[in-house]
Design a binder for this molecule. Structure first.
Ligand code: AMP
Ligand code: MG
Length: 324
């Protein structure tokens, strides 16, 4: 059952939200754009729960919500143009996709294993929660996949009535529209999604024209819509799916009880827990790929629940590289 707690009693709402976040659980939080399904952006299990609860069929990157520029700088590379935009538009409905800092603690399910991170500082209760939590929150809209974004606590409750979910109610969202997403690549600005802040206003502040994705060839074929993955996280090794044995000299990525004798072998979840498997997916693929093996053989992953997103990611990794 969902539990709605009013943000009017801020102390109580904060206490309840922090208690869920520290237990690696999700919490529905109000932001000025839409209600978000939030979880600790540095915790793989917590992030995997977002995908599971939203029933997302693929692992697209999530926006990482921060309490201001200082926290943002611990996760992304902030250049002068980004700084200008932050100083004008934060807190507010502008997400900046910037290069990921090498030693950033963001979990790779948040960045979808990309070299970039989407950062935004929301206004109001959610910013205060992030400040108290001391870590960023990944928070896509608090609705099941393919449904309309919720702009009130009761919308969220209807979406997730089957879940034990804490929902913080701070009334209707003031913007009620998703954030604008802007990619900053040096001095090249590309609008990935229109939203609460206009292209013209961004251009005015940055003093640079903003490109549409089709005007920027570096972006045109990459992530433009949720669910699309870019090629630069394809492993070097060939990936073979639904294996029940491991080829000679191949690495093994297992799931559940099945064990295979090979030099390099990892198990996404020995107990067959799809949330655990989702949280380990990128990291384990990277580790096995780094061994220099020619092939990674992957055990069958059930096509249910989070297994759908895991299989989606794996099938992209297994596809011929030039068509990804
Ligand atoms: P939302 O569902 O509102 O959280 O928005 C997520 C969208 O933000 C994704 O589908 C991407 O379009 C974009 N996004 C977030 N993080 C990144 C990133 N690291 N690189 C590129 N796009 C991103
Ligand atoms: Mg959404």
């Amino acid at each position: 059952m969902t539990k709605i707690v009013s943000a009017i009693n801020k102390e109580n709402a904060t206490k309840e939200a922090l208690s869920q976040l520290t237990k690696s659980n999700t919490v529905a939080i109000p932001t000025e754009t839409v209600y978000g399904l939030a979880a600790d952006a540095t915790n793989g299990i917590a992030i995997a729960k977002i995908f599971q609860q939203k029933n997302r069929p693929s692992f697209n990157p999530l926006i990482c919500h921060v309490d201001g520029i200082k926290m943002a700088m611990q996760f992304g590379k902030i250049n002068d143009v980004t700084k200008k935009l932050i100083n004008t538009f934060w807190p507010g409905p502008l997400t900046l996709v910037v290069p990921l800092l090498e030693n950033s603690k963001a979990h790779d399910l948040v960045t979808a294993g990309l070299g970039t991170i989407g950062l935004r500082c929301p206004n109001g209760f959610s910013r205060e929660i992030i400040e108290k939590f001391g870590k960023p929150l990944a928070a896509p809209s608090a609705n099941r996949s393919g449904r309309i974004s919720p702009t009130s606590a009761s919308h969220v409750a209807t979406e997730f009535e089957h879940l034990d979910l804490l929902i913080i109610d701070d009334g209707p969202c003031s913007v009620g529209l998703e954030s604008t997403i802007l990619k900053v690549d040096g001095e090249v600005l590309t609008l990935l999604r229109s939203g609460g802040i206009s292209k013209q206003h961004i251009e005015e502040i940055a003093g640079i024209s903003v490109l549409f994705p089709e005007e920027n060839s570096a972006v045109a074929n990459k992530i433009l819509a949720p669910g699309m993955m870019v090629s630069h996280y394809a492993p070097n090794a060939d990936v073979k799916l639904n294996c029940d044995t491991c080829d000679d000299n191949a690495a093994w990525l297992g799931f559940g009880e099945q064990t295979v004798k090979t030099t390099h072998s990892l198990n996404l979840s020995e107990t067959g827990d799809l949330v655990e498997a989702g949280s380990n997916l990128y990291a384990y693929m990277k580790v096995l790929d780094k061994t220099g093996c020619e092939t990674i053989c992957v055990a069958p992953i059930p096509m249910r629940d989070l297994g759908i997103a895991i299989n989606d990611r794996l099938s992209r990794a297994a596809a011929p590289k030039n068509v990804q």
